[in-house]
Design a protein around this ligand. Structure first.
Ligand code: AMP
Ligand code: MG
Length: 403
């Protein structure tokens, strides 16, 4: 067995960041900026009002109680070309351009609009110094400002920022396309009744969903039987049209573990026994230069292996870093999480709660067998138990948050 760190380092050292491409801003959520984004125009583009109110000359409203005739209205979207002469006011709406002559706004809450006057007038209950409630052009961004640095993963707010600057496309690291292949003679994928010896293919759906949830494009490569040439065909198909391929099954010590054999023959592979539980068997290598992650077949193992190798690995290809892994937190366990020493790090499926006072807390999510999908489905974290006797109620453990 090799330590998890060594296995990960082997994977990491063989992965390369994908090339950059321009994509529509609307499609860029979660992708990583490939170059700097620089503001080409000021934001806001013009001096404008931060409130609904009255645009004035501050010199006219040095003290509260002034009454001024109102000579017009400027709304958001108008060009604001109504001159505010000395002793005059203009009604103004939030976001409307400051009319020429005005240098301050009194908010509508601090005014009494007098329609009984002709022309109508406003009594201003607050004084206003120059610049009051005015958002100057460029006070957020100026042309030439770097607004997004290379390597930043784009959030919802970044898409808004790009839209604010009038960008319709953004240069990003291409979204990784990840193929997912199931292997095994026992697998049934169409919901039909099971013959004795058969089970349902669950890994493919889960891993495809894991890929999508991680922000990758997921490509269904189907189900291959335990047959050398069928597996080779499926793998060649996968590496021909994907940036990375995930297989599940066929990498352990059985007589029909052909994935390992095929990958050995057609790829530059390394088969590993990683000192973790679940997910000990793991194969990784390159086929025609394309990374192939040979995940174990047991459903829980394949998901844990995805979290520890495939997800961070493909994130690296997508330009993410340095935070490739799920966030982990310290949590107090509410019950004993016992284990026996076996030279491995255990990843225990747990339910995580967060208490205002006590912080993160965990309980076992249920039965911990690598074939037992029910606990995996109700888990939202993996408690990391180093080799030893495990944790007792009240102990602090490290937990990888899965959501
Ligand atoms: P293997 O490594 O191929 O021997 O698979 C280990 C275990 O995982 C066996 O019990 C398989 O039946 C099971 N398994 C393999 N692939 C899948 C799959 N796609 N969905 C559900 N179980 C699977
Ligand atoms: Mg198998």
């Amino acid at each position: 067995m090799i330590p998890l760190d060594e296995a990960w380092e082997h994977v990491r050292s063989r992965l390369r960041v994908l090339p950059a491409a321009a994509v529509p801003v609307a499609d860029a959520l979660g992708l990583v900026a490939a170059g700097p984004v620089v503001a080409g125009e000021p934001v806001p583009p013009f001096d404008n009002s931060a409130v609904d109110g009255f645009a004035v000359r501050s010199a006219d409203v040095a003290a509260p109680g002034v009454e001024l005739p109102v000579v017009g209205t400027v709304a958001a979207g108008s060009d604001g070309a109504i001159e505010v002469g000395p002793g005059r006011a203009v009604r103004i709406m939030t976001g409307a351009p400051m009319p020429p002559g005005a240098d301050a706004v009194v908010m509508v809450e601090d005014s009494e609009f007098r329609t009984d006057r002709d022309p109508p007038a406003v009594r201003l209950l607050a004084a206003a110094e120059a610049g009051r409630h005015v958002r100057p052009a460029g006070d957020d961004l100026r042309p030439g400002d770097e607004v997004i640095a290379p390597g930043v993963a784009l959030t919802e707010a970044h898409l808004g920022l790009l839209a604010t600057l009038g960008h319709t496309e953004v240069e990003v690291v291409r979204r990784p396309r990840v193929g997912v292949l199931s292997t095994g003679d026992e697998l049934v994928a169409d919901g039909s009744p099971l013959r004795r010896g058969q089970i349902r293919d669950s890994n493919r759906l889960t891993l495809l969903a894991c890929c999508r949830a991680a922000g990758f494009d997921a490509v269904d490569l189907g189900l291959a039987p335990d047959d050398d040439s069928a597996i080779e065909r499926a793998l060649r198909d996968g590496v021909g049209r994907c940036d990375a391929v995930l297989t599940s099954g066929g990498v352990s010590m059985g007589d029909y573990d052909y994935v390992k054999a095929v990958l050995d023959r057609i790829g530059d592979m390394r088969w590993m026994q990683v000192a973790i539980r679940p997910a000990k068997p793991f194969a990784f290598g390159l086929v025609d230069g394309v990374p192939v992650f040979g995940l174990p077949g047991n459903p829980v193992s394949s998901q844990v292996s995805f979290e520890l190798f495939a997800r961070p690995g493909v994130r690296l290809m997508g330009g993410h870093g340095p935070d490739l892994f799920r966030r982990s937190v310290r949590a107090e366990t509410e019950e004993d999480l016992r284990r026996r020493p076996d030279g491995k790090v255990h990843f225990v499926r747990v339910r995580v709660t967060q208490d205002d006072r006590l912080g993160f807390r965990v309980r076992s999510a249920g039965q911990q067998g690598s074939h037992q999908v029910s606990a995996m489905a109700s888990a939202d974290g993996l408690a990391v138990l180093p080799d030893g006797a495990g944790a007792a109620a009240g102990d602090t453990v490290r937990v990888m948050l899965l959501r």
